[in-house]
Design a protein around this ligand. Structure first.
Ligand code: ADP
Length: 473
């Protein structure tokens, strides 16, 4: 069994803006249950309370260019895992979103130093498992500043790409703030078209690279999905593999979910109608919508999520197909784009009796939509894994998805509806196939719901694959 230290910028229940948090919240627990010793390092954001935490290290000096910071480390036990919180108040004790601040490069460079201090003094792992660009600088520091460190030099590095679009790109003017050797500012290392992409360090220096679905592992090697890093990934293909994310069914199961109005299961679906009524009540939509197909959306409002093709078919669906719509969306912290939010507000103003929208982050409502909607829309332009479609399957809320990344790996013709081209008529056609079955062939629909609910995407299988990978290193 191994000692594994995960470094990430989000993990449930501490901080979350998307699926990364669900993964880093659940995977360590699943690994611990297989017998590994696992700890996580997170930044201590303002929203994370320290009530049950213990200060385990203080006065760690971090110098980055002209700036110096002092970090403290807190630890807290969460179920089977120890969580270390790197507390650097000038960088993380602030309002606003988790990312998107003008000094993000410095925030996460300092955080990575804190994480390496944990690896050195508090929890020396066999495997240092880094997630996404925010943790990627650990790899660059480890292979340069710490390359002779007797404790750190033998660690094996795993780097997981949750979303290649967010590659930690910064202008070359901030290079000095990283305090990395200058030879790393070259196209063979962190330079990226004249800028810096810190994710490149994770890709280049890791002993193994994973991404969150087998399909996405193939896609990111192509120019269409590679965000300029496909060539690099092709050159590293010998150490790249896709391991599908799992679902934390202790959080996401209609049999036990305390956040929804009624519990239900594949053998007794009756509670689902109550959940639909509850969702309509939440949005103050009239009960006549119980007779209509209710389409659900839970998303970051990011171009990635296919919001633009939803926009293009939404009017047709509302005018011609007599559907109701429940939307939960928050501006993505990486690149906020208000146009998507305004669009759904506009749609609601035209169809106030059939459209509900909540703008912001609301976990309880995410559960209510998964349970209360009939059909879940996820026409992503690309989707590294996607969790919402797996939650939808478990809640018997039939997903209509674009066949890309993890959506391709998790939804099939028996459990959902797929379309291929990123093209509104294809999406509309797939939604209409779903509506037709829902309205005209209720027995087939019911069978589809039951099949979907019985699909198993629990973490154990994924944690076993990570275990095999760790051992191979
Ligand atoms: P991504 O990580 O790209 O955002 P995923 O489907 O992998 O997409 O994961 C999204 C996770 O974030 C799910 O747990 C989903 O319920 C949650 N989520 C997304 N948007 C919201 C929101 N506005 N409010 C609450 N939860 C949200």
């Amino acid at each position: 069994m191994s000692r594994i230290l995960m470094v990430a910028s989000e993990a449930t229940p501490f901080a979350k803006s998307g699926g990364l948090a669900d993964v880093v919240g659940a995977l360590p627990q699943a690994l611990a249950q297989l017998g590994h010793e696992v700890a996580i390092v997170l930044p201590r954001y303002r929203s994370i309370k320290l009530d049950n935490a213990q200060r385990v290290w203080q006065n760690i000096g971090i110098s980055l260019g002209w700036h110096t910071f002092t970090a403290e480390i807190y630890s807290v036990r969460h179920r089977d895992v120890t969580v270390y919180l790197v507390d650097i108040p000038p960088l993380f004790d602030r309002g606003g979103a988790l990312y998107g601040h003008s000094d993000d490069h410095r925030r996460f460079a300092a955080f990575c130093h804190g994480a390496l201090a944990v690896a050195r003094f508090l929890f020396t792992p066999d495997i240092l498992h880094l997630h996404d660009w925010q943790a990627a600088l650990c790899a660059s520091y480890l292979k340069t500043r710490y390359s002779l460190d007797p404790i750190l030099r033998d660690l094996k590095l795993v780097f997981t790409i949750h979303n290649l679009e967010y590659n930690g790109r910064f202008g070359r003017s901030v290079w000095g703030d990283f305090q990395l050797p200058d030879y790393l500012f070259s196209p063979d290392f962190l330079e990226f078209y004249g800028d810096i992409a810190v994710m490149k360090g994770g890709i280049i220096f890791a002993d193994a690279i994973t991404t969150v679905s087998p399909r996405y592992a193939e896609e990111i090697q192509t120019p269409e999905f590679g965000f300029g890093l496909d060539g690099l990934l092709r050159s590293q293909v010998h150490k790249l593999r896709g391991i599908l994310n799992g679902v934390d069914y202790s959080e996401w199961s209609p049999e036990t979910d305390p956040r929804i109005a009624a519990r239900y299961s594949a053998s007794d679906l009756s509670g689902k109608a109550l959940c639909k009524q509850d969702l309509l009540d939440h949005f103050q939509l009239p009960s006549e919508n119980l007779q209509r197909p209710l389409l659900g959306i839970v998303t970051r409002f990011a171009a990635q999520k296919g919001i633009d093709i939803i926009q293009q078919v939404a009017w047709t669906l509302m005018y011609d197909d007599d559907v109701a719509l429940a939307v939960l969306g928050a501006a993505t912290p990486h690149t906020p784009d208000m146009r998507f939010e305004y669009f759904f507000e506009h749609l609601r103003s035209v169809f106030p009796d059939r459209v509900g929208i909540y703008r912001g982050f609301n976990n309880t409502l995410a559960h209510k939509i998964e349970a209360g909607a009939d059909i879940f829309l996820m026409p992503s332009r690309f989707e590294p894994c996607g969790l919402n479609q797996m939650y939808s399957l478990r809640y018997g809320t039939i997903p209509v998805v674009r066949s890309t990344g993890g959506l391709e790996n998790t939804v099939d013709g028996e459990t959902g509806f797929k379309f291929w081209g990123y093209w509104p008529p294809d999406f509309l056609h797939a939604v209409r196939l779903a509506l037709d079955e829902y309205r005209n062939r209720p027995e087939d629909w019911r069978k589809r719901m039951v099949t979907a609910m019985q699909r198993d995407f629990s973490w154990t299988a994924s944690a076993r694959q990570y275990t095999t990978l760790y051992h191979s290193l």
